[in-house]
Structure formats: structure tokens, C-alpha cells
Design a protein around this ligand. Sequence first.
Ligand code: GTP
Ligand code: MG
Length: 347
Amino acid sequence: MQRTRFVVSPCAAQQCLTMTVTSRSLMSLHLHSHPAGGAKLLDSVDEGLRRRRRGGRRRRRRRMTLLRTGRLLQRVHRLATPTPTQQRLHSLASFRQTSSLPERRRRGLLLPFSLLQEHLHPSVDRGDFQIFQPSEDDLCRAEALFTPSAKHHIDYFASAVRMDHVPALNQPEVCFIGRSNVGKSSLIRALFSLAPEVEVRISKSPGHTKKMNFFTVGKAFTLVDLPGYGHRAPKDFVEMVEMYLQGRRNLVRTFLLVDGSVGVQKADFVALDMCEEFGIPYTIVVTKIDKSQQGVLLSHLMQIQSLIKTRTSTCFPQPFLVSSTQFSGVYLLRCFIAHVTGNLNMS
Ligand SMILES: Nc1nc2c(ncn2[C@@H]2O[C@H](COP(=O)(O)OP(=O)(O)OP(=O)(O)O)[C@@H](O)[C@H]2O)c(=O)[nH]1
Ligand SMILES: [Mg+2]
């Protein structure tokens, strides 16, 4: 029971009156006054208590109303304020969001080569650049795989610096290799743009990714961000990455990234020869296509195409063009990953 210390003003009791009362009934009354005033005092105490109870009820009711209003306002505010996920979702994260764009811009985002080819001489064979041609329905279905839900978690899983530290996962795996700073982590971040809570760290300075970082896409597949080779590569890079590429049983595709603004570099030839030597299926991805002029990009692309034709046997004939900052080619690559990991039958 709630106990209240109650003091009646001296004008009623002419003396100070201290009482101990409960909120429901008067429990005890200690009068420090003349006994004759007792009845009068009791009346005034009763009246005081009643008023206090009424006031208390009113105050409680007001408090409850305020609380309820407060909670309601909080809920409205919560609904109106975007969640951290919504806040960080890029406006082009989803392929569907491109539908409101002008046709040419949309085509450039979905099939970057389609715009580039306009600058190609008619005698140049375009076939090898358009082998993988998914329908919009395929793109949609692939996107669903890259969209997290309560039953389909997309998450960072583990990091490893040695082969005996890599997580034992059975689902198909794809990995990203390339020179430091070529844009591996940025590309993974763009692929995961529908799950912005997945943290993929990127940096302007080369050699940022030091470990093999594993990301799981539900039970469908795993995506691995590898450290870069070349400038500021980790000391144990060769041992770490070579062992992984050779020894990973569930690795179904390696994406070898080449910087579209600088073309194939010496270190890229070494990586390409390594993939050939290991006999692993790999695909070349040309990054940062937003960075250079179209003529420069086209000449680099022609160089890559001739390289694939003349020097490779396990490389997919079509190079993929991407810009992780502008999302060009990202939807197509999502679809290709879904396809090579066995999660998408093309329509
Ligand atoms: N303009 C442009 N810049 C990009 C693109 N992709 C990546 N970058 C920039 O390139 C720099 C390196 O990107 P990262 O993704 O960290 O490169 P990385 O290959 O993971 O590098 P390491 O982890 O060091 O091997 C960052 O400053 C990115 O913002 C792109 O498509 N366009
Ligand atoms: Mg990185």
C-alpha cells in the first residue's frame, strides 16, 4: 500500500498536524493539537483527502493521456523517419529503380557495353561482349537473392589469413581478386547495396584489405573479398591467395578485376597466368568505367578481349563492365553470379 505523508495547513487545525495516511483510507492520525478540534480536523482531513484523491485521479488521467499521446507521437515519428537501412539505401540499389530513368541512361546502367559499342568500328565483332544476355525477369529474380529478408540473411561471416582458418562452408563460392585499389571491396559493397547494413570496408589507399573476408548470401552462396596484389599487398599474399584459389573446393568462379581507367598492368598478367595455371574458371571484370573517357575505355576493352582470345582457356569470353559508384553493370553482374552459383536458371 502506498504511504503518504500528509500535512494539513495550520489554518484548519490552528496547529501543525502530521498524519500518516494511505492512498485508500486513513490509517492513523497523529494529532498534535488540542483534542477539541479533533472532529473538525478529521472532517477537514477527509475533505482534503477526497480532494487530493480527485486531484490525483485527474493528474493520473492527464499523465496517462500525455503518455499515450507521447507514445502515439513516437510511433508516428518512427514510421515517418526512415530506418537506418532505408536511410542508407542508394537510390539505384535496385534494378527496379532504374525504370523511371531516361531510356538511354537506363540501358547504360543495365548493359554498359550497349552504349560503348556505338563507338566501335562496324568490323569489330561484338558477339563476345554480349554472350550473357539475361531478360528483365532474370535480373529481377537475381536481385531477390541479393535482397535480405527474415529468412534470407546477407552477412559478413568470417575473415581468414591462412587456408586452415577459412570457414568450412558448403555453398558455392565466388571470389574477387585484382590489384590493390582496383575496386574489389567497392564492387562487393555495390552488389550488396540492397543490404547496406553489411559492412564492406573500402579505402582510397591501396592495400586496405589484408584478409580474406567471407560474406554469406543466405544459404545460396558465399562471396569472398580477397586482398589485392601489387602495391602494398600483404606479405603473405601469395601463400594466402594461391592456396585459397587452388584448394577451395566450393569455389565456382573467380572474378579477376582490371581497372578500366588504366588497362591491363604487369601484375594483372601475372594474375591471369596464375588462374590459367590453376585451371580455375574465371571472369574478367573491368572496373571504374565511369572514370575514363569512352575512347580510352574502349581501347582497354579491346586489349582485354584480344588477351582473352589469345592467352586464356578457362576465362569466360565476355568481360563485364562495372562502375561501383554509378551502379553501371552491377545488376548484370548480380545476375551472372546468381547464374554461375546455380541459383538462377535463365529464362
Ligand atoms: N570512380 C570510381 N572509383 C571507384 C570505383 N570503385 C572503386 N573506386 C575507388 O577506388 C578506391 C579503392 O577502392 P577499394 O574498393 O577499396 O579497392 P580494393 O580493390 O578493395 O583495394 P584493396 O583492398 O586495397 O586491395 C576507393 O577510393 C574507391 O572509392 C568506381 O567504380 N568508380
Ligand atoms: Mg579491398
